[in-house]
Write a protein that binds this ligand. Structure first.
Ligand SMILES: NC(=O)C1=CN([C@@H]2O[C@H](COP(=O)(O)OP(=O)(O)OC[C@H]3O[C@@H](n4cnc5c(N)ncnc54)[C@H](O)[C@@H]3O)[C@@H](O)[C@H]2O)C=CC1
Ligand SMILES: CC(=O)C(=O)O
Ligand SMILES: [Mg+2]
Length: 622
């Protein structure tokens, strides 16, 4: 035995002896001079983080993180033990105040903690609970509570989940991606934390949204939880409060911008697709400024999509078509709908582009149809109605800027207020993706009474709950029962007091993104085409029966999310086959896929959805 091995043996028996002592004695051993001698550990990476004996959490120094393959497995800001205690105490004291997100559930954050602890202890049981009680717990692991979780993440952070790629990891990403323990990753949800729900720039704390979305991938799409990876790309934050907060876990510098920013995202994409060539990357909650640019940059070369732009668009289209049917009209009447959209960010513009294309397809799918569809939309942002008169119109919003002559005839002008626009246009649909809670004020809703529709539709799609443009109570109380209502975060149905119920639909991209991801995975398509996204939206629209839409129910209940996701995924697979994009998955090669009937595709999807069941375990010596 070499000297080195002998020393290692000695040290490990010393550790064992130390570990047998009481916990106070072992804590002392870290603070006495003896504690300055290194402790030999026989584990690295997540095994260390999950071992309460050795884990230091955010206090691992950068050199130690490199030595122990921990780079990227922790948020980038190294904390002192004193700061760790401060953070814990601050969180403990804040809990009572922050555990509120509206009157519906004062204990939401406490429930999230309990579920999160279960997630840490026993993943199978966690997903059993989530799937069985999805209607009860989706609002906890997803919107609205996930927003609160992100806002308080520095305090809530205990065990890390996912990976952190930061601006200071430039040049390291290709190697650090191997610190993730799983050799197979099917789904990554990545955010840079720049626009988390409607809560703005939350920096590194935005990782909560990637975790929440992936919870739905597992629960709704049956993606194996061992093959999902939440990612936060920390390029700094422009949130001044976080920049000053001594307990903040992310990089305390302003966000990278321009070429420097793109280089970081490029490096990340190259790294993850090198290690996992078949992974699908969902971009989530990137500020609009980058959402479109990154989508255009990567969508033809990587298996990726932007959920806020493309997922939201599909869900909105399905809802808009449902609203047409709810008026007793055929879907083909959609191009006649007058639609006012409040919000011209990634989500609003994504919806506008998709709605315009859908109308154009119905009108003949030519250039003339595309041009004429444009005139069905009025877009209002923070500066009011967007017209060609506006200086420096955002290029993504430009196609929807109203012509000055046109709006002159309508009694409108550049910058007209939302209320004026609603008053003059008398729209069939008022759709909000503005992140401004209460934007559909009593006055705006009163103005909608003049709608020329027999059953006007209100989509208050901003998240979380307090950012909803209006509540269903407000909408039904001003406009009466003959409306369609949908919100991004869940609300209860409204008792209208006359024995009738005002139905509140949840118009959220959660009805599509899990199916888009699963369908892409199982088709083996190397890109996500417009056709595949369109097929997903049409499948969601067709899911609702005539009877349901006439009752005002335009989206499925969340309790059927696993079923709708299976159908959406099958529609995506089918479209990929038709477009000749399907390259197959595991034993199902492209040729086999081509032979499948519609029914067989659904069965194929169903058979590939993971369910939380305990496997039989057998011990084997190394
Ligand atoms: N229900 C769903 O599935 C989804 C909902 N969303 C929600 O949509 C909201 C917006 O998201 P993004 O477009 O990415 O954000 P963003 O920040 O890029 O865009 C917000 C837009 O709202 C406009 N706005 C601000 N104040 C306004 C006002 N007073 N009147 C009219 N417009 C105003 C801004 O000018 C901007 O165009 C967020 O709350 C987000 O949670 C986003 C994606 C999916
Ligand atoms: C639902 C969602 O993706 C959002 O609010 O950003
Ligand atoms: Mg989002």
């Amino acid at each position: 035995m070499s000297n080195f091995s002998r020393q290692m043996r000695l040290s490990s028996s010393l550790i064992k002896r130390l570990q047998r002592r009481s916990s106070s004695a072992s804590m002392r051993s870290f603070t006495t001079t003896e504690g300055h001698r290194p402790t030999i550990v026989h584990k690295r990476s997540t095994d260390i983080l999950h071992d309460p004996w050795f884990n230091k959490g955010t206090a691992f120094s950068m050199t130690e993180r490199d030595r122990l393959d921990l780079r990227g497995l922790l948020p980038p800001n190294v904390m002192s033990p004193e700061q760790q205690i401060d953070r814990f105490m601050a969180d403990l004291k804040r809990l009572e105040v922050n555990a509120r997100d509206g009157p519906s559930d004062p204990y939401a954050l406490a429930k999230w903690r309990i579920l999160n602890r279960l997630h840490d202890r026993n993943e199978t049981m966690y997903f059993q609970v989530l799937i069985a009680k999805i209607a009860e717990y989706a609002p906890i692991v997803y919107t609205p509570t996930v927003g609160l979780v992100c806002q308080n993440y520095s305090g809530l952070f205990r065990r890390p989940r996912g990976m952190y790629f930061s601006a200071s990891d430039r040049g390291e990403m290709m190697s650090m991606v191997y610190n993730w323990p799983a050799d197979q990753v099917d789904m990554i949800v990545v955010t840079d934390g720049s626009r988390i729900l409607g809560l703005g720039d939350l920096g590194v704390q935005g990782i909560g949204i990637s975790i929440g979305k992936l919870d739905l991938y597992v629960a709704a799409a049956g993606i194996n939880p061992q093959r999902v990876l939440p990612v936060m790309i920390d390029v700094g934050t422009n949130n001044e409060m976080l920049l000053k907060d001594p307990l903040y876990l992310g990089l305390q510098e302003h966000r990278l911008d321009g070429e420097e920013y793109i280089q970081v995202i490029d490096e990340f994409m190259e790294a993850v697709f090198t290690r996992w060539p078949n992974v699908i990357v969902q971009f989530e909650d990137f500020q609009s400024k980058w959402a479109f640019k990154l989508l255009q940059r990567y969508r033809n070369t990587y298996r990726m999509f932007n959920d806020d732009v493309q997922g939201t668009a599909g869900v909105a289209i399905a809802g808009l078509l449902g609203a047409v049917r709810a008026q007793g009209k055929p879907m083909i009447d959609f191009p006649k709908q007058k639609i006012v959209v409040a919000g011209a960010g990634s989500a609003g513009i994504g919806v506008l582009n998709a709605a315009r294309k859908t109308m154009a397809r119905m009108l003949g799918n030519n250039e003339y149809a595309f041009e004429s569809a444009r005139s069905q939309f009025w877009v209002v942002d923070a500066k009011g109605l967007i017209t060609e008169d506006r200086e420096n119109v955002d290029p993504d919003a430009l196609p929807f800027a109203r012509k000055v002559k046109e709006i002159g005839r309508q009694g409108l002008r550049e910058g007209a207020s939302l209320m004026e626009v609603v008053q003059q246009v008398k729209p069939d649909v008022l759709l909000g993706l503005s992140a401004v809670g209460g934007l559909f004020s009593k006055e705006v809703l009163e103005a909608l009474k003049c709608s020329t529709s027999t059953r006007p539709a209100i989509f208050a799609m901003s998240n979380p709950t307090k950012n909803a443009e209006c509540t269903p109570e407000e909408a039904f109380s001003v406009l009466g029962e003959n409306i369609i209502f949908a919100s991004g975060s869940p609300f209860n149905d409204v008792d209208l007091g006359n024995g009738h119920i005002g139905h509140c639909n949840q118009g959220n991209n959660m009805y599509l993104f899990p199916g888009i991801g699963l369908g892409t995975l199982l088709s083996g398509s190397s890109i996500i085409s417009d056709g595949m996204l369109q097929a997903a939206a049409e499948c969601l629209a067709a899911y609702m029966t005539e009877e349901e839409v006439l009752k005002g129910i335009i989206y499925p209940s969340i309790s059927s999310i696993r079923d709708i996701t299976k159908e959406v995924a099958a529609a995506v697979v089918k479209e990929a086959i038709e477009e000749d994009l399907a390259e197959g998955y595991r034993q199902m090669d492209a040729r086999e896929l081509q032979k499948l009937s519609q029914e067989e595709i659904v069965t194929y999807v169903k058979d590939n959805m993971w369910s939380p069941e305990y496997p039989t375990l057998v011990y084997k010596k190394d």
